[in-house]
Design a protein around this ligand. Sequence first.
Ligand code: FES
Length: 264
Amino acid sequence: MPVKVRRRDFLKMVGAGGVAATLLGIAPPIIRYIVPPVLRGEMPRSQLVWEDCSPVKASELEPNTHYLFYYPLVDTINVVLKLVTPSGKPIRIPEMRVPTQMDPAYEPPAWLDAELSEEEIKRLENFSKGSFYTYPPGVGPDGNIVAYNLICQHLGCPYPALRYYPPGTPIATNPPEIGANGGVLHCLCHGSAYDPSRGAIVLTPPTVRPQPAVKLEWDPNTDYLYAVDMVGPTINGKVCNTCGKTVGDKVVVAVNREPEKKTC
Ligand code: FES
């Protein structure tokens, strides 16, 4: 026997169905707004290019000069440096083990020599807390081109608070021998300093972690440079180094300022 539905009940059912359909339609964007999606991507392989989109060549880089670029995320700023001593001698950067975190009691040596002595390595190991990671060698014809993230590992001050100072630049908070060889990465916020010629190891506190390094590749046939990976601690303020919008296959480089955010 057919069930009779009164007109009023029918209209109520239609109304309830409409409300449910509307809620289902608007719920996903509201949830996405409250809980933003975390985009996780592969680490990009990105060629370094100038703002006119022409390739950056290793031979074009001036020594001890700030070249800035974003990698691996569109909002994570880095510096690429071609390091030389005050007399102009290229500082060949070897592969090395860098402690992921230092004991706050650690006092670094002056770091004047190109090679770490066995004794210094022992000292580092005694003061390091936890693990070491392998820092890649410098690239380019002289093995002296390196790149580091410029968001401070202490409390996250970004460039220009954290920036590179060439050898001989006086910095009030640093002993004069620090950075005498290859300069320093120094943060104005609270005075942390890192050694760019040694994997951005900690030179002065309050930071206890080194700056993450961008792994570079150099093509000896074309002289072109590529950013291919990150090593060291996770970029300050990020859940992971690829959590967010990653850069494309070309990243724009600018001298002494943040580059244009453009696509080549
Ligand atoms: S944020 Fe750089 S030293 Fe504190």
